[in-house]
Design a protein around this ligand. Structure first.
Ligand code: SF4
Length: 406
C-alpha cells in the first residue's frame, strides 16, 4: 500500500504532515510518487484565506476522476482530508461547516481531525539537516481577523521534556538546524505551569493566561516552578495585569545549549516578547538573528479592531530594545492591508512604521473575511478590493522589492 500527502498552508501544517507520514510508515506503507500511484491520499488543508480553501475543493474534484478510474480497475483508493478545514468543521457546533465541506467534497472518504495524529512516531522529515519541531498547537489570542483559534482550537503546549528529547535525538542524528514551531511560541507553557488537570479543563482566557485579579498585585508573591527553579509572572503593562509566565525562554535556552548550528522559532507575538526572552537570544549566538514579529498594522485604531494587544509605539519600543540588546538582529513580519475600516491615513501609519523598522521581508495579505471570526461577525469588510490591491502593491514595493534591489 502506498500513501501520498498534499500539504497546503503554513509550516505547522507541513510539520503535521511529517507526522501523518510517520503513521503510514509505521504501518508498513511506502510513499507514492504521485496521486495516481497512491492507495491513500491525504490532503492537509489550510483556510487562512478563501483562495486556500478553493484550491482544496479544486484538487478534490480532480481526484474524483482518479478515484473513478481506480474503481473501474478495482483498485483501492481512499481520500482523507485533514488540517484546518476539518478542525473548523469539528469545532463549529452548528454543524454547518461540516455539512458544507461534505457537500462540496463528496469524493472524500474520511475527514480526520489533526489532533488524532499524535507524536508517538518519528516524523518522516523532508530534510536531513533542518527539522521543524512543534512546541504547541492552537491559539488563545483571538485576533479578530484570524481563523486559527477556530481551526486549531485553544493553545495546548507539548510537554517540555518531550520537546527536548525530540531535539536531542535530532542533534544525535546530525541535524544542524531546528525551528521551534507554534502559533505563538512565546506564550508556550502557560497551560503546563497550571498543571495537567487544568490543561484538560481550562478553556477560557482569563484562567489560562492571567492571574486572578485579587492576586495580580505587586505585593503578592506568586511562584511558578520549572525543575525546582522559580519563575516570576510577567507584568503586562498595557493591560495592567500579571500574566502566567511563559516557559519559552527556558525551552529556547535548553535547545540552544544542545549545539545546533542554528535555532529558529516562529511565530512570536509582540505582547509576549519578554525581557527574559531577549536576554536568552542575546546570550546564544546560535539562536536566530532574524526574528519574525507579526505587526499586522501600524495604526493603533486598526490594531485595536484587530484585537492585537499593543500599540504602534509599543511595537517600535520593542524593536528598539531588541536592536539595542541583540547584535545584527533583523526583522520579518506579517501585515494585513485593507482590514475593516482601514482609512488612507491608517494605511499610511503602517507605511511609516515599516519605514522605521526597516523589515527584511514582509508577508503582506489583503484582508478577506473568514468564517466564525469576530471581524466577520461584527465588522464590515468595507475597503474595496482595488484599494486593498493598491495598498498591497505600495507595501510590497517598499519592503520586499526595495530589499531585493539592495
Ligand atoms: S496570534 Fe492572532 S493571528 Fe496569530 S494565530 Fe493567534 S489569533 Fe491568529
Amino acid at each position: 500500500m502506498k500513501y501520498f500527502i498534499k500539504t497546503f498552508g503554513c509550516q505547522q501544517n507541513h510539520a503535521d504532515s511529517e507526522r501523518v507520514a510517520s503513521g503510514f510508515k509505521a504501518r508498513g506503507f511506502s510513499e507514492a510518487k504521485n496521486y495516481n500511484d497512491a492507495n491513500y491520499i491525504v490532503i492537509n488543508t489550510c483556510m487562512i484565506r478563501q483562495s486556500a480553501e478553493d484550491r482544496v475543493y479544486g484538487l478534490v474534484r480532480n481526484l474524483g476522476v482518479i478515484k473513478k478510474q481506480k474503481e473501474k480497475r478495482k483498485e483501492f483508493l481512499k481520500i482523507i482530508v485533514t488540517g484546518c478545514m476539518v478542525g473548523m468543521a469539528f469545532r463549529d457546533k452548528s454543524g454547518q461547516y461540516l455539512q458544507k465541506i461534505r457537500g462540496r467534497m463528496p469524493e472524500v472518504d474520511e475527514f480526520l481531525p489533526i489532533e488524532e495524529v499524535g507524536f508517538d512516531n518519528q516524523p518522516v522529515r523532508q530534510d536531513d539537516t533542518h527539522a521543524w519541531v512543534p512546541v504547541s498547537n492552537g491559539c488563545n489570542n483571538f485576533c479578530t481577523f484570524c481563523v486559527v483559534p477556530f481551526t486549531r482550537g485553544r493553545e495546548i503546549s507539548r510537554p517540555f521534556h518531550d520537546i527536548l528529547s525530540e531535539c536531542l535525538d535530532l542533534r544525535k542524528r546530525g541535524y544542524r538546524m531546528v525551528t521551534l514551531l507554534g502559533q505563538n511560541v512565546n506564550s508556550y507553557g502557560a497551560d503546563l505551569l497550571l498543571g495537567d488537570k487544568n490543561i484538560q479543563t481550562i478553556r477560557d482566557l482569563e484562567k489560562t493566561y492571567f492571574i486572578k485579579k485579587e492576586l495580580a498585585h505587586p505585593r503578592v508573591k506568586i511562584e511558578f516552578k520549572l525543575n525546582g527553579k522559580s519563575i516570576e509572572p510577567v507584568y503586562v503593562k498595557h493591560l495592567g495585569r500579571y500574566r502566567i509566565p511563559t516557559l519559552f525562554p527556558y525551552l529556547l535556552e535548553a535547545v540552544a545549549k544542545m549545539g545546533f548550528r542554528s535555532v529558529n522559532f516562529i511565530s512570536s507575538n509582540p505582547w509576549d516578547f519578554s525581557d527574559e526572552l531577549i536576554d536568552t537570544i542575546a546570550r546564544y549566538k546560535n539562536i536566530t538573528r532574524t526574528i519574525h514579529l507579526p505587526v499586522q498594522s501600524g495604526d493603533d485604531k486598526v490594531l485595536k479592531r484587530m484585537n492585537r494587544w499593543y500599540t504602534a509605539e509599543q511595537y517600535l519600543a520593542l524593536i528598539s530594545k531588541l536592536k539595542s540588546q541583540i547584535s545584527k538582529v533583523n526583522f520579518t513580519t506579517d501585515i494585513i492591508v485593507g482590514f475593516c475600516g482601514e482609512t488612507k491615513m491608517q494605511f499610511e501609519n503602517t507605511l511609516e512604521l515599516a519605514k522605521k523598522v526597516g523589515f527584511e521581508k514582509a508577508y503582506i495579505s489583503m484582508y478577506s473575511q473568514r468564517p466564525m471570526t469576530a471581524a466577520t461577525k461584527a465588522l464590515q469588510d468595507d475597503v474595496p478590493h482595488t484599494v486593498k490591491k493598491k495598498r498591497w502593491q505600495i507595501l510590497e514595493e517598499l519592503i520586499n522589492r526595495s530589499s531585493k534591489k539592495n
